[in-house]
Every structure is written in structure tokens, then in C-alpha cells.
Design a protein around this ligand. Sequence first.
Ligand code: H2U
Length: 456
Amino acid sequence: MLYSNPVSRDQSVDVYKIFIVLHDRTVRYVRFTNIIEDFAHNRYNPLTDQWVLVSPHRLQRPWSGQNETESDVEVAEHDPNNPLCPGVRRGNGEMNPIYSSTFTFDNDFPALRETYESKNNDLLLQLNQNIPNYELDKHEDPLFRLNIARGKCRVMCFHPKSNISLPLMSKSEIVTVIDEWILEYNRLASHWKWVQIFENKGAIMGCSNPHPHCQIWASDYLPNEARTEDRTQRDYYQKYGRPMLLDYVEREIKLKDRIVDLNDHWITLIPFWAFWPFETMIIPRRHIKRIAELTDKERESLATIMKQLLIRYDNLFKVSFPYSMGWHGAPTAELHMNEDYSHWQLHASYYPPLLRSATIKKFMVGYELLAQVQRDLTAEKAAEYLREMPLVHYKENNYFHISSSLDGNVNGNGGGGGGGGVSSDGRYHDGTNGEIPNDGQSRTKRLTIKNQTSED
Ligand code: H2U
């Protein structure tokens, strides 16, 4: 028997449903209850065509592994030696302007170049004119495939002050960042096949600089993630006649279990198939293929929902929450723009590494590297934790200093002002009418997901 613990009548219905799914391997929706917390199970990611192993019972295990150093070090407003700050000289000798909003420049150490230099003149000519060269493009040998990669790499500073990360910016400053993303995107999209906007935040993610910034890499090829998502969304569209992620959003709004925030234009959720502990996606509620299609209203409400998510993240462990995030939309370049990409739905993904506290991160090693990605905390529980976080940043909340001694297990009641809910009309209610509250009363509490056998 799969499940032998005594269960109530309602719960036994769910056990039965899970039993069916486990045995005939049908991929169909099961209304999960807490009971799923007792089973190791595999969840399918339809975007990447990969399975994720979820082992919630492992949360009980003691931790005596590596602890990261607390990443919430104070960052100075301006550092004359930081090459991303206004008025500072960069690696290539150029001086940054005294910028007062966003500032974008060509990466001085780009991973991709538009043209290349070589001592071999013939080769150089062929390369830059895109003439196939057997030595470099060994298409004929399946074991030694190689293509020249061309592109352009840009760096974008979000704000002149190094200590103002996105969650600490005003809504209008975040709108400026979104506008700049779109401006850069449009410039690059007419020439390059794929424009990858991404932000690496925090030293733990390999970010080289604490100044708030992101990177944009445009390429003449579709990177792996883009290629897979193009295939899976196309297959779904051909089979069901609807964009996969629009169907997904509609279903998540009905189910409510994994929603973090919802407004008129956007949803933030922990995807059903998430593998990072607090992985989230921000997805538009109407069919939008590329970031450039966002209206002014959608840019504004994106700023609101992004700020909400990032405040929740920072409040979770009372640190400037590290992550890698990025935008995915339909392929670009004029040639591609004319193709039908109705199967694509724009989305942002956030991949934060922190697991149990500000100092314990998830490692992608062992089974993850050699077999399949795995997580302990369920997506539903992670969404619950995030929803419980107050929408006032802990650094802007005086009460926090008094209440920080409340640290400890989160038992479902969360820290004061944060508990929102999703009602039957599908709207997320946080008591703020969609506005980011500036309520000095809200209590901020740091979440430490503790196990029963050891101290973190
Ligand atoms: P990361 O923090 O995500 O590594 O991004 C910082 C980027 O800024 C990095 O790609 C570039 C680096 O090459 N950079 C410059 O272009 N010029 C500089 O003087 C410093 C850093």
C-alpha cells in the first residue's frame, strides 16, 4: 500500500487521486493537499521538458554542511573605485557620465563580439562575412560540431546609488528600468535572434559588483533554454490551440495554491515544477509574446508586482535576497519577427539559491548534476511563506528592529501586515488595493525554516 497512515475521509479522496497518478503516470491535475507533503514525487516542467523530484520529507534532516556568510553587508551609496558608479573610470579607460537614472554601456569584457580579429587574414574575412569554413563549422562531423557565435553584450545600471537595489527603488524608478529594458531590447532585436536580459544579484550568484545592474546579451543563435522553450510551447500550441503559459496562468488563478501576487495585468507564482526553493515566475495575464509589446499601464503594474515580489524576497531572510532572473520572449531579428510565434508567452523567471536561511543555500550537485533536479520544500509551501511576508521592506520598517527577536519557525501565521489571500474572484487581496503600502506598523519577521532535529 502506498499510504498507510490513518486519513480522514476527505484526505483519502486525495490519496486515491495521487495513487492513480503515480501508477498510470497520467499527467493530469491533482488537487494537492498537505498530504502530498508525505510523498516523494516527480513533477513535470512542460517548458523545459524535464522532471523535478520533490522530497518534502527531507526537510526534517539535520544540516551540518556549509553555511554562507551573511550576504547583507552594508553597501556604500557611492564608491569611487567601483566601475559601475557615476563619474568613475571603467576597465577600458572610459569615464562613466554622472548619470542620475539608468545608464547602459557596451560590456568592456564581452562574451560575444559582433566581429572578430585574427592573424589569419583569409579566415578573418570569411568569419566576418559569414562564409562557412570547414575548419570552424564542422557540420559534417556529428561529433565535432562548432558554430561561430556572434553577438553584443550590454551592461545596464539601474540607479546611480549602489545601495538602492530594486526593492528599495520607487515605483517610478522601477518603471524607468523597465522602459530602459525595452529601449535596449528594441535596438538589439532588429539585428539579433535572441536578446537575453538577465540580472545576477549577490556574490553568492557570482555577481561581480554590488551596484544594482543587469546585463543584456544579444546573439545570432538561440541559446539552449530558448530553443527548448520554443519547441515545447510550439508543440503545446499545435496540440491545444492555445499558448501553454496562458492556459497555465488561468489554471493557477483558479487553483490559487501557488500564487504570490496577482494584479490586473500580471501574476507572480511559484511554478508547479519549480526546482529552486523560492523560484518564481512573473507572467502577463494577456497574450504578450515579447517585452516590447507592454503598454504603459502594463509597465506600471509590472513595476508594482516586481517591487512586491522583491520586498517579499528580502523580508524572507532579512537579507538583500540573491537570485538570477531573466526575461524570455519570442525570438527576435527581423527575419524571425515575421514568423508566427503565437505559441510564445512572455515570462520572467527568478532563481534564488537560498534554502533555509540567509546562510544556507541549495547546492546543485550530486543527484541534480548526475540524474535530475530535486527539491525539498513544496512549491505550495514556498508560495505560502512568500505570501506571508509583509509588503514593507525590512530596511524601511522601524518596527523590525524591535521585533527581529521573534525569529523562528513560521507556523502559518506569518508576520503581521503581510498575510494576503486569493479570493474566489481570482484576485489577490493584500488589503492594499494593489498599492504598495507604506505602513510603518507592519511587522517584519525573518523566516528561518527550521527542522526538528537541529538548529540551522
Ligand atoms: P556581473 O556583476 O553580473 O558579473 O556583471 C558586471 C559586468 O560588468 C561584467 O560582465 C562588466 C563585466 O564584464 N564590466 C565592464 O564592462 N566594465 C568594467 O569596468 C567593470 C565591469
